[in-house]
Structures are given as structure tokens and as C-alpha cells.
Design a binder for this molecule. Sequence first.
Ligand SMILES: NC(=O)c1ccc[n+]([C@@H]2O[C@H](COP(=O)([O-])OP(=O)(O)OC[C@H]3O[C@@H](n4cnc5c(N)ncnc54)[C@H](OP(=O)(O)O)[C@@H]3O)[C@@H](O)[C@H]2O)c1
Length: 230
Amino acid sequence: MATTFAGEGFRLGLCARGEPTAPQGAEARTASIDVTDAEALDRFALSVVERFGRIDLWVNNAGVLEPIGPLADADPGAARRHVDINVLGVANGSASFARHVRSRPGGGVLVNISSGAATTPYEGWAPYCASKAAVEMLTEVVAREERGHGLRAYALAPGVVDTPMQALVRSTPLGDFPAGDRFRGLHRQGGLNSPEWVARFILDRFVDGSPASEGGGVVRFRVPHQRSPE
Ligand SMILES: NC(=O)c1ccc[n+]([C@@H]2O[C@H](COP(=O)([O-])OP(=O)(O)OC[C@H]3O[C@@H](n4cnc5c(N)ncnc54)[C@H](OP(=O)(O)O)[C@@H]3O)[C@@H](O)[C@H]2O)c1
């Protein structure tokens, strides 16, 4: 996604626990940040604003899938860590960006990456389904709270995307994730979305000043299939 945004002339602020590599030729600030650390995330946002002047688009993309398997077998510590990242991490990012948008003139676009798992119950993914449902509702609330400040907030389910997380899904034993065959089949048939496709959806629907980007107050979006599985 960063590569696609950079190709459209965006300057980037990129963070993850492992410091991301900026796309070649991109103007970017990068840092090693854990999204559960609200203060560190705020400091990073400030450093991006100091470098580039303002932030117009903020994507809360960081997320984890584990623990996978029946909830009854899950380590409570792992479930707590999951919620810390997938829910509180998104809350931290959303709050930080909302404060930034309030502090300067003009609007801003917040995109919180959700999942089809927010609305489809998958056995083996109790924390993940719950955390993504929480992301969608959190985004609905933030959209209402911040609309008057010019912030537009969206929860975006990106489809099944070709990333390391999907490799993890395919390698999970059926006993822990009974729906695994569906994802293995999609991969075999070339039915996965590319990260670039997701980034283009964000630019076309949420950022560009087309009427569709207003969304008519709609907050929850689903990225369509890039190609039909053969
Ligand atoms: N792939 C799919 O099919 C799919 C479908 C629906 C939704 N999604 C969602 O899309 C988003 C991106 O997933 P992905 O498929 O790209 O997964 P991924 O390949 O596992 O990448 C996850 C990213 O999140 C970062 N991250 C994880 N925990 C973090 C933390 N505590 N602080 C900061 N960064 C953290 C990781 O970097 P570090 O490990 O270096 O921190 C990595 O860059 C997630 O929210 C996921 O739930 C993916």
C-alpha cells in the first residue's frame, strides 16, 4: 500500500514493531513503534507532522490473527495481547489522528482496516472476529464524533489479501481453523486481492474528491474481488 501511495505522490509516515523499509524513491519517515504504546504513536505522528507539515490520510493497518484455535484452549494472555493490538492499537491511532485534524485547518481521512471476520463468525478466530467487529463499531463512533471537525472515518474490509497473514492462514491445521480449505482454494485459484488493489480502493473511494468519497455517511466498506477465482 505504501508503494502505491508513494507512486501517487504521497509522502509517508510508516511504522510497525520492525521499522518498515520505505518504498524506493519515496519521501518517508519510518520508525519502530508498537501501536499499543499510545505515547510512542503520538510522538511518531508529531515527528511526521514536523517533517511534512500535516497528515491528510491515516491508515490503521497493524493487526494480528493469533491466537488461532478454539477459545477454550487459548492462553488468556495471548487473547489480551490480541485485543491490545487489534482494538486498542486502532483506538490509539484513531485518537491521535483525530487530535491532529482538530489542531489544523482542513479535513482528514481515517481508514481503519477491518475484515470480513467482523461480520462472519469463523471457528478458531474468536479474538480476531471480535476485535474486527470492535474496530467497525469504534470507527462508526469516531466518524460521528469527529465529523464536525472535518474528519471522515471508514472501516475497510480489504478482502482476502496476498500477505504473510494469508500464508499463516494456509499453514494453520484444520483442527484449529476448519475454514482453512476455503482460503487455500482461493490462493490456488489466484483469487487473492493485492495490497495495491486495496490501496487504489482507498485512494479512489475515500481520498479523491469524487462524490463517492463522501460516502453519504456510510462508514463500513468492503473491497471487491480483484479477479474472480477461476
Ligand atoms: N491478509 C488478509 O487477507 C486480510 C484480510 C482481512 C483483513 N486483514 C487486515 O489487514 C491488516 C494488515 O494485515 P496483513 O495481511 O498485512 O498482515 P501481516 O502480513 O501479518 O502484517 C501485519 C502488519 O502489522 C504490523 N503489526 C502487527 N502488530 C503490530 C503492533 N503491535 N504494532 C505495530 N505494528 C504491528 C506488522 O509489523 P511488525 O510485526 O513489524 O510489527 C505487519 O506490518 C490487518 O489489520 C489484518 O487484520 C488482512
